[in-house]
Design a binder for this molecule. Structure first.
Ligand SMILES: NC(=O)c1ccc[n+]([C@@H]2O[C@H](COP(=O)([O-])OP(=O)(O)OC[C@H]3O[C@@H](n4cnc5c(N)ncnc54)[C@H](O)[C@@H]3O)[C@@H](O)[C@H]2O)c1
Length: 219
């Protein structure tokens, strides 16, 4: 095996599929670190997570890390470099818009902080929620979003309202100063140029799964 990867240092042009795969490598490498394993090669990662070894080496070449010939990457360093590169070490403040069933679960999901996401407040229209808190996270009326956002220092809005409200609350959030929208509703929201949108509909994944099941192709 040759030296693992050449370094690119070109974060800006990182292809989206690579960005989707890097967290898989991180999850596996974290398991190895927890098991006390010191080195891992791209071939080993490939075997475990079923991604081509050459693709893994190419993906990792975007990071500021080099593997050693025959031994591979140092596990602890690779874990740190991946976490750092993916922005999981930096705290990103976010607000939840729509504190219903999903909004509640996300506020209670302590795992999100491991990925650098701090939920600092929730906003809803329900008067009974106003002034309450969930796991120490205060819940305010949606009308207060504009006024409260600067002090909350949050640039991310997590959209967990009923589907028919998705676009209107997104517009409101952008007007209030939100720079990125993580949308969990099935509606494909739009926003002005410069606003980052991440549409995360679990239902579209279901559609793919059903289709592949029907076609008898489980890949
Ligand atoms: N529940 C889940 O596990 C789940 C999973 C994936 C996606 N989703 C999607 O997430 C969205 C929310 O689902 P849910 O099950 O949490 O619904 P829910 O009805 O339990 O919660 C929606 C919340 O949004 C609030 N809301 C309504 N209009 C609002 C507005 N204009 N501003 C602020 N808050 C407002 C409601 O008062 C309510 O508390 C839906 O679009 C759903 O399709 C839900």
């Amino acid at each position: 095996m040759a030296t693992e990867g050449t370094t690119h240092h070109s974060r800006d042009i990182l292809p989206e599929p690579t960005l989707h795969r890097l967290p898989w490598y991180l999850a596996y490498v974290s398991l190895l670190r927890a098991a006390g394993i010191e080195y891992v090669s791209s071939t080993q990662i490939a075997r475990q997570i079923n991604v081509d070894a050459s693709m893994i080496a190419k993906d990792l070449s975007f990071l500021n890390i080099k593997g050693k010939t025959r031994i591979g990457y140092e596990v602890t360093s690779l874990e740190h470099v991946l976490q750092d590169f993916l922005g999981f070490k930096v705290g990103h403040n976010a607000v939840i818009i729509g504190v219903g069933s999903l909004g509640n679960s996300l506020i209670q999901d302590s795992g999100l902080t491991n990925y650098g996401l701090n939920i600092v407040a929730g906003f809803d229209i329900r008067p009974d929620l106003e002034g309450t808190s969930i796991c120490g996270v205060p819940i305010y009326n949606i009308d207060e979003l504009h006024r409260r956002l600067p002090a909350l220092n949050a640039s991310i809005g997590i959209v967990t309202v009923p589907v028919e409200r998705a676009q209107e609350v997104s517009d409101l959030a952008v007007k209030a100063g939100i720079k990125a929208l993580w949308n969990f509703t099935p509606f494909r929201i739009t926003a002005p140029k410069g606003i980052v949108i991440q549409n995360t509909s679990i239902y579209s994944h279901l559609a793919v799964m059903y289709n592949r099941l029907g076609a008898g192709n489980t890949k």
